[in-house]
Design a protein around this ligand. Sequence first.
Ligand SMILES: [Zn+2]
Length: 258
Amino acid sequence: MYTDAHCHLDFETYDNLDELLADCRSAGVDRIICAGFDLESSRTAMDIAERYNGVYFTAGLHPTELSHCDIADLEGVRELCRHPKCVAVGEIGLDYHYPDTDKPLQFRFFEAQLELAHREGLPVQIHSRDSADDTLQFLKERESLLAEGFLMHCYSYSPEMCQSFLKLGAYFSFGGTSTYKKSKKPRRAIEAVPAGRLLTETDSPYLSPSSKHGIFPNTPLSIPEITLNMAELKGLECDEMSRQIRRNAERLFFKMRQ
Ligand SMILES: [Zn+2]
């Protein structure tokens, strides 16, 4: 029982999703969350979740996609939230990686989507890149909106900072990057986070793990390697780690239990 808490599957990158998802089931990767990053990709993620058992989705507007989003898209996100297989609002957050970053625009959509998730009673999947301090400060000031819980997806900040996010109730997911021996930060962060707050993800089609270095597209079939690596870092057996991750996923993304 392996869990991919965050990936992007679509019908273009993966021309045979039937085959890929059958292979995932055979490999034991039987819980997969497809993450939306704008309204259209959120609807595609819903289509895929409707088609396959064990596949769920998130709906949300990603911070670097906002230039082609409209505040009216939030109404579309709200409708998707009520779908029985929509487990979270996401991915949402702050991303200062690109020089044309419009911070006020990112703040506005991040806050609006935190409010939306809270009103709809759903947790959120947070994307945060090159914006550690602002993300933490932003969340601290809005702690009351985080009652349903949140995932720091593909966590890339310091292990020390984990403690501040943990105080706010964070879960953390790690993907292919953590399997590279030279990736000191994510590996130390895994050691720093209690096993009860850890999740695995691939962020497919991106971030292939070390055994598939440079290969595109990555797939949820990388989850066993990511889980084994996490188990080794936590000093647990792999099946114990994967069962713990499943419990964590179902606690946070409660619609997966139904
Ligand atoms: Zn993603």
